[in-house]
Design a protein around this ligand. Structure first.
Ligand code: OSB
Ligand code: MG
Length: 369
């Protein structure tokens, strides 16, 4: 494979409902799509960085810079296979979301060249995957319960609610009173410290599937200290940036479950290694989400087709995010709360160029010359 041309599209895609977390609210998705061509086939990748450096230090703008100045220039000439791509990108420190955007486009391109679906290429066997939904911070417990009831009615198999100091134990208690049996988990996006241990321990009473990323992104040791004092399983998201970090986190008892996000891990290659490590170590595995468009969603669904994914993912249906997505067909929730895994070549969805261009605010073309 040899890269002939890469198009970078920066889009502003309106979301149906604002998404509030402990670090802010998103109303319009500001993100990057990468279209990579070898002159014959085209592969698409999505950069899951956000407009602001809050979930991670990367932003859409830093990804454009890293791709054009440092990453794409390393991919000139013959690329033997996807392992070569990872090796060429690895001298650049961190910037996993920028790396993943081009690496995953090349996975799509590779699958297209072979005429197989991406799920099949990575050894996925499931034809449909169970999904949950992540619900942002609401104005009150009552409002949250209403949203939850609506989503459960749509068929979602488990609910994740975002928490932050002051919107946690009371809210979970109210939710449990209204919906005692719903499979429920919380995500703090690093909003707490060990000083909040008592508050976090109070959550043990509510039968949560897990508490996601309660403490700082770079603090495995405090997570181990906290896990030793909690009955509820800790799931790490922000902290797990490689298969090796997962092994280290496991070795000190910092987690029992891992949220796999391809962008946070620097690409599908590292994500597959991380899933394999989790499986070997007996760590629970599920697929997280970054409010992706149809491109990133198709990738997540393909990944989730691996049978290591034993818990419902945050890969909700298209209708939960966008009135008009950039890829067709939309992902539709089945009556029993699953998404079907696409079977067409590559990602198995069709990117609609007109829609991409309609929402594009900046377009750059890179060629190896
Ligand atoms: O922490 O999992 C997270 C969205 C954006 C950034 C971080 C997170 C999330 C979600 C939403 O929880 C998952 C989704 O529906 O895509
Ligand atoms: Mg999270």
């Amino acid at each position: 494979m040899r890269l002939a041309r890469v198009d970078l599209y920066r889009l502003k895609l309106p979301m149906l409902t604002p998404f509030e977390t402990s670090f802010g609210t998103e109303l319009v998705k500001d993100f990057l799509l990468v279209e990579a061509s070898d002159g014959e086939h085209t592969g698409w990748g999505e950069c899951v960085a956000s407009a602001g450096p809050f979930y991670s230090e990367e932003t859409t703008q830093t990804a454009v810079w890293m791709l054009t100045e440092h990453l794409l220039p390393r991919l000139k000439g013959d690329l033997l296979d996807l392992e070569t791509v990872s090796q060429r990108l690895s001298p650049v420190r961190l910037n996993p979301m920028a790396k993943s955007a081009i690496e995953t486009a090349l996975w799509d391109l590779t699958a297209q060249r072979q005429g197989v679906g991406l799920a099949k290429l990575i050894g996925g066997s499931r034809t449909r995957v169970p999904v949950g939904i992540s619900i942002g911070i609401q104005s009150s417990s009552a409002a949250l319960v209403e949203v939850m009831k609506q989503r459960l009615g749509e068929g979602y198999q488990r609910i994740k609610i975002k928490i932050k100091p002051g919107y946690d134990v009371d809210v979970v208690r109210d939710v449990r009173r209204a919906l005692p049996d719903v499979p429920l988990m919380v995500d703090a996006n690093s909003a707490y410290t060990l000083a909040d241990t008592d508050r976090l321990r109070a959550l043990d009473d509510y039968g949560l599937m897990m508490i996601e990323q309660p403490l700082a992104h770079d603090d495995l040791i405090d997570h181990a200290t906290l896990q030793a004092q909690l009955k509820t399983a800790i799931c790490l998201d922000e902290s797990i940036r490689s298969a090796h970090i997962l092994e280290q986190a496991h070795a000190i008892g910092a987690l029992r479950i891992v949220n796999i996000k391809i962008g946070r891990l620097g690409g599908l290659g590292e994500a597959l290694k991380t899933v394999a490590a989790a499986r070997r170590l007996g760590i629970g595995v599920w697929c997280g989400g970054m409010l992706e468009s149809g491109v990133g969603r198709a990738l997540n669904v393909a990944l989730t087709s691996l049978d290591a994914f034993t818990l419902p993912g945050d890969t909700a249906a298209t209708s939960r995010y966008f009135a008009e997505d950039v890829a067709d067909p939309p992902f539709v929730l089945t009556a029993d709360g699953c998404l079907e895994v696409p079977t067409g070549p590559g990602l198995g969805v069709h990117v609609i160029k007109d829609r991409v261009l309609r929402h594009t605010v900046d377009h750059r073309v890179w060629t190896p010359q």
